[in-house]
Write a protein that binds this ligand. Structure first.
Ligand code: SAM
Length: 390
C-alpha cells in the first residue's frame, strides 16, 4: 500500500472499502515528508482510475465530500482519499462516468483531472523514464504538459523541481511524437514528493486553465485592500469573457454591502460602474474622489436601493446563512440582476453549510443560476455568483 493509501484519512458519503466507518480528518497532522534523494527499490508505476483534485490545504475534507456527492449523483461508485494539509484529493473509481464530472460543477476543486496512474520510487537521475509504458499504453497525444505540485508547504518545496521536469517532459513528448497542439488533452504530472507523482489528464475544455488551478493575479497598488483580488478573481473565474463583456458595462449601477475600505468597489469603479458603498467603516478617500462612489454609512442588512441595480456585491463578515438569506431577498425582489457574494465558513460542517446556503437561495428564486467556488484568494470562505432568470 502506498503512502496515500496508508494515510487515507477521509471519504465523504461513500463506504470505505474495508467497511469501517468514515472518519473526519484529524485536526492536525504532521506535514508530509519530502523525499528529494533517490529512493531504494525499483520505480513502480501503477494504473489508477478516478479523479484527482487540487484544493486549498485544509479543505481536503470538503473537496472529498463534494467529489463523493458528485460521483454518487452520476451513479458512479468509488471512494475519496486524502491527507489533511496535502492540498489534493484522489477519488478512486473505475466508472468512466466519473470523467463526466465537470471542474466547473465543483466548488472546492481548484483543478479536476482524470487520473491515469500513480508512480513512486522514481529515480532522481531519470524521473520520467518509468512513465513511458503507461503513457504509450494510454495512447493519447497531448497539446501540453504541466508538472505541478499541490499548494501545500511540502508542495511549494517542489516548485523548482517541477519547472525543470516540465521542460524535460515537453521535450520528451515531442521527441516521441506524443505532442499534438490540436489535441484537447493536457498531460498533468502531479508531484507529491521528489520521487512520487500522479499521472493525470485534463480535457482543456473542462479544466482550469491555470497551473495548480491558481490564477496568478497581481495586486494593483492603487486598490484600497487585498480583498480586491477576491472580486477580480471571481469575475475572471465565475464569468466567461463574453459574460464579462455583456454584464459589466460602463454606466451600470451597483451596490456594495460591507464595502470598506473599498477593494471590491475599486474593481467596479475600474469598469466605470457607479457604486453605492454601504458600510459604517471609512472608505478609501481616493476612491470617493472618483465621482463614481456614494458612501452610505448604513447597515447592510437594512439598506434598500431606491430602484433596481445591475449588480449587488457583498463581502460582509456575517453568518453565511444570514448573508444567503439577504442575497435571496435582493434577487427575489428584483432589486438586482446579478450578485457576487462571499460566504464565510468558520464553522465545522462547512460543506453542509454551503449546501444549506445555496439551497436557501435556490428555494426562493426558481430558475436562479448559481456558480460557487472557493477561489485562490478566498481563505475560510467561498464566493458565489448569482443571476436572476430573464
Ligand atoms: C472583509 S471587509 C470588506 C472588505 C471589502 N470588500 C474590500 O474589498 O475592501 C467586511 C466589511 O463588512 C462590514 N460589515 C460587517 N457587517 C456589516 C453590516 N451589517 N452592514 C454593513 N457593513 C458591514 C465591515 O464594516 C467591514 O468593513
Amino acid at each position: 500500500m502506498d503512502r496515500h493509501a496508508a494515510k487515507a484519512a477521509w471519504q465523504g458519503g461513500h463506504p470505505r472499502p474495508d467497511g469501517k466507518a468514515a472518519k473526519p480528518p484529524a485536526a492536525k497532522a504532521p506535514a508530509p515528508k519530502i523525499v528529494l534523494a533517490s529512493p531504494a527499490g525499483p520505480p513502480v508505476v501503477e494504473r489508477v482510475r478516478g479523479l484527482l483534485a487540487w484544493c486549498r490545504p485544509g479543505f481536503e475534507g470538503e473537496c472529498a465530500q463534494e467529489l463523493s456527492t458528485l460521483a454518487a449523483r452520476s451513479g458512479s461508485g468509488g471512494f475519496a482519499r486524502t491527507e489533511r494539509g496535502s492540498g489534493l484529493v484522489e477519488f478512486v473509481g473505475e466508472d468512466p462516468a466519473l470523467a463526466g464530472i465537470r471542474w466547473r460543477e465543483t466548488i472546492f476543486a481548484r483543478q479536476l483531472l482524470v487520473l491515469l496512474g500513480r508512480a513512486r520510487n522514481l529515480p532522481t537521475g531519470d524521473r520520467l523514464g518509468a512513465l513511458w509504458p503507461l503513457l504509450e499504453q494510454d495512447g493519447r497525444r497531448w497539446c501540453e504538459a504541466w508538472v505541478e505540485a499541490p499548494d501545500s508547504d511540502a508542495g511549494r518545496e517542489l516548485a523548482t523541481l517541477c519547472r525543470g521536469l516540465n521542460a524535460a517532459l515537453i521535450a520528451s513528448l515531442k521527441a516521441r511524437g506524443l505532442l499534438d497542439r490540436a489535441s484537447p488533452w493536457r498531460l498533468h504530472l502531479g508531484l507529491t514528493a521528489g520521487d512520487a507523482a500522479f499521472i493525470a489528464a485534463a480535457d482543456v475544455r473542462n479544466a482550469a486553465p491555470w497551473p495548480g488551478g491558481i490564477p496568478r493575479l497581481r495586486f494593483p497598488r492603487e486598490a484600497p485592500s487585498r480583498s480586491t483580488l477576491k472580486l477580480e478573481e471571481a469575475l475572471l473565474v465565475l464569468l466567461s469573457e463574453g459574460e464579462r463583456e455583456r454584464w459589466l458595462v460602463p454606466g451600470m449601477r451597483a451596490v456594495d454591502l460591507g464595502a470598506a475600505p473599498g477593494g471590491w468597489t475599486w474593481q467596479l469603479v475600474q469598469r466605470s460602474i457607479h457604486v453605492v458603498a454601504v458600510d459604517n467603516g471609512p472608505m478609501d478617500a481616493a476612491l470617493l474622489r472618483s465621482g463614481l462612489v456614494e458612501h452610505r454609512r448604513e447597515d447592510g442588512f437594512r439598506h434598500r436601493p431606491p430602484k433596481a441595480v445591475d449588480w449587488l456585491v457583498c463581502d460582509m463578515v456575517e453568518q453565511p446563512v444570514r448573508v444567503a438569506a439577504r442575497m435571496a431577498e435582493w434577487l427575489a425582489n428584483g432589486w438586482c440582476r446579478h450578485a457576487i457574494f462571499n460566504l464565510k465558513l468558520p464553522m465545522k460542517k462547512r460543506y453542509e453549510e454551503v449546501e444549506r446556503c445555496l439551497a436557501l437561495v435556490r428555494g426562493q428564486i426558481p430558475g436562479i443560476e448559481l456558480r460557487a467556488r472557493q477561489l485562490y484568494h478566498d481563505r475560510e470562505e467561498i464566493t458565489v455568483f448569482a443571476r436572476r432568470p430573464d
